[in-house]
Design a protein around this ligand. Sequence first.
Ligand code: GLU
Length: 332
Amino acid sequence: MLSKYKSTIGIFLLAGLSTAVFAQSDPGMSSAVTIGTGGVTGVYYPAGGAVCRLVNRTRSEHGVRCAVRATGGTVINLKALQTGDLELGLAQSDWQHHAYMGTSDTFASDGPDSELRSVFSLHSESFTVLARADSGITSLDDLKGKRVNIGNPGSGQFATMQVLMEAKGWELDDFLEARTFGPVEQASALCDNRIDATVYTVGHPSGVVQEATTTCDVHIIGAYDEQVRSLVEEHSYYRISSIPAGIYKGNAGEIYSFGVVATLVTHSRVPDDVIYALVKAVFDDFDTFKGLHPAFAELVPEAMVREALTAPLHPGARRFYEEKGLILPEDR
Ligand code: GLU
């Protein structure tokens, strides 16, 4: 599975470089959309690449050009949708919820983003703690007093870590050092011994964890304890998650954590026909789509159009889902 994954990443790196130059949509003629993703070694970037690959492959039928952009992650994508810098973005379901509702420290000052629209949900993401074997870290509480990467501001990992820290009653000073490396730098920072641990909310397998586990001696640490259990009980957008055994070197047992769902979101200003064409390209060739990333293995269309989506479905997506019987008109 991992060798297939490596070649998939390679394809998407190329796809991203060759398509990232397209401009804003041009209604009436052909349209261009850009999907904001995350760091290139995460899952969002290849996930956006998978969507664009199917859209671009069927371009003669609909005229939509699709490009992916590597970004700092969820919060940056949600804010860029509001300002019109992106037409689509990938976002964690917890922060999709907060952006639409205008809640949390991250989104309260913006107010509710009532124009945010859901397209579909994707793979599950686990709050993943990766620690150097020589750090002595074996539990979440062991992060105190250590050099910890809490992620780049603007990422979902940074925002979700703030929530966890609040639940734990931790301040930044509780760490020996709190670093804000972006997703791509995490693995080298760990393996160069610049940090003891990093946290990342990500699907599996992901390039970052694969890179770190094959380069140096690091372990994934379980992140399911009393405070995490309370978070899952109190907030519907969190769920218990597990990282299956055997997908990374040295990861012999299943690891429990909490998690969210990756979602594809857009804005009400993006034309219905464009979103219709995008979801049609994905769901009409769903077996190909599922095969484009191993984190997609468990995806089921009926769940993707219903679950983990706080913002209303974009009308273009809804039209296609109703035509296909994936949702009923009365499901509004
Ligand atoms: N969930 C991460 C974030 O929103 C990104 C994970 C990925 O790139 O796959 O920042």
